[in-house]
Write a protein that binds this ligand. Structure first.
Ligand code: MEV
Length: 428
């Protein structure tokens, strides 16, 4: 039964959807989902991303998802002060970096990288003599180099290009597989496009040399030849004494030993890392896949950071993980906000960006472990969380702060309580 108003169109088969403008698509979606006019108006505001550009970055665009960018202060990386833009929806993440960096501002973070090398994989199957095929491919090194470098003369002009060749014979469920790794210096690019093109171009040759059939030709996100590292010392006297230091060390020992804890420990690290990766228009999923695969490289998933005690009894912390980030290509180059964030960071190379990101990951982890080993995470979290809850309860303007403060004072940060506090506030 209906009241006579036409029912919204509920078919997901929308002919020519991809050819329409973002606004036309949004209207169709609004009709499908019965969105209120004020919701549609809000969605149609693309914020700081020009709609034409948004429409070209991905498919079937209707709107944007605005995530706040906070700037982490106090960071000193390799002796240089940096302000770090971080895009995240999670409260306490930016504050955690600021706090960690404040506590070691004098010495800051020392960083390094292993290089800008990306790996592309070419999978060949159905080979009767896989070990000999491996040798046949390795014999073609200079030919492979010429073909790969021929794919991207600009990269070669910039000092990048093919660097090395690796061929592995894998024992798989489907029989032996010959996997060729092209190792390519991608300079200031993340490098996915460059190495994927090389892998696709080399593939028919690999099929011929191996006598097999080639299927996959794609980069590996386990970019273990593109590692970024950071190291920092927090003086025991500055962080609350030996008990705090030992609590942090014990938290690290826990993560090192237990994958259940390591997953959460590393998630905290990625809170910081992914926020900078996103703010700079880089690929958060690539970085996360690489980080977690690297954390499991020994066959047992473990912590991405390490904590030790210096000879002086201070806390020595370090991090190492793959960080395939770029300054050129894709959203990094096109998104005006990503460009502005890169300008704030003042990074001249992708290498420098990776080094800062590694330092942010370490700072984030230090703060999380310190909070967890002392007061617990909720105390710091609750002040901002309470504001979110106040807004969810309908508080606006000055009400947000008042309701949030009352929730924290009462020690009950819940929407139902916030609604009651708001009601009382409006009555008074
Ligand atoms: C929350 O987003 C991150 C933490 O859980 C990290 C950690 O436990 O180390 C606090």
């Amino acid at each position: 039964m209906t009241d006579g108003t036409p029912l919204p169109n509920r078919s997901s088969r929308i002919a020519g959807f991809h050819k329409k403008s973002p606004r036309e698509r949004l209207d169709l979606v609004a009709s499908f989902a019965d969105l209120a006019p004020d919701v549609v108006e809000r969605l149609s505001d693309f914020g700081n991303l020009p709609p034409d550009l948004g429409d070209r970055l991905i498919e079937n665009v209707v709107s944007t998802m605005n995530i706040p960018i906070g700037v982490a202060t106090n960071m000193k990386v390799d002796g240089e002060d940096v302000l770090v833009p971080m895009a995240t929806e999670e409260s306490s993440v930016v504050a955690a970096v600021c706090n960690a960096a404040r506590q070691n501002y004098d010495t800051g973070f020392a960083t390094s990288v292993s290089g800008n090398l990306m790996i592309a994989q070419v999978q060949a199957v159905g080979i009767s003599d896989p070990h000999a095929a491996r040798i046949r491919i390795l014999e073609r090194r200079s030919e492979i180099q010429a073909i790969c470098d021929g794919c991207d003369p600009v990269l070669v002009r910039l000092g990048g290009g093919f660097r090395d060749l690796e061929v592995r014979v894998l024992d798989t469920l489907g029989g032996p597989m010959v996997v060729t790794h092209l190792i390519v210096d991608t300079r200031d690019a993340m490098g996915a496009n460059a190495v994927n093109t090389m892998a696709e171009t080399i593939a028919p040759h690999v099929a011929r040399w191996s006598g097999g059939r080639v299927y996959l030709r794609i980069l590996s996100n386990l970019a273990d030849r593109r590692l970024a590292r950071a190291h920092a010392v927090w003086r025991t006297a500055e962080i609350g004494g030996p008990e705090v230091r030992d609590g942090i060390l014990s938290a690290y020992h826990f993560a090192e030993a237990d994958p259940y804890r390591a997953a959460t420990h590393n998630k905290g690290i990625m809170n910081g890392i992914s926020a900078v990766v996103l703010a700079t228009g880089n690929d958060t999923r690539a970085i996360e896949a690489g980080a977690h695969a690297y954390a499991a490289r020994s066959g047992r998933y473990t912590s991405l950071t390490r904590y030790e005690t210096t000879a002086e009894g201070d806390l020595s912390a370090s991090i190492e993980l793959p960080l395939a980030v770029g300054l050129v290509g894709g959203a990094t180059k096109l998104h005006p906000t990503a460009q502005a964030c890169l300008k704030i960071l003042g990074v001249p190379t992708a290498e420098r960006l990776a080094r800062i990101i590694a330092a942010v990951g370490l700072a984030q982890n230090f703060s999380a472990l310190k909070a967890l080993a002392t007061t617990g995470i909720q105390k710091g979290h609750m002040a901002l969380h309470a504001q979110n809850i106040a807004m969810m309860a309908g508080a606006v303007g000055d009400e947000i702060e008042t309701v949030a403060r009352t929730l924290v004072e009462r020690g009950t940060v819940r929407v139902d309580v916030a609604e009651k506090v708001l009601q009382d506030l409006r009555k008074s």
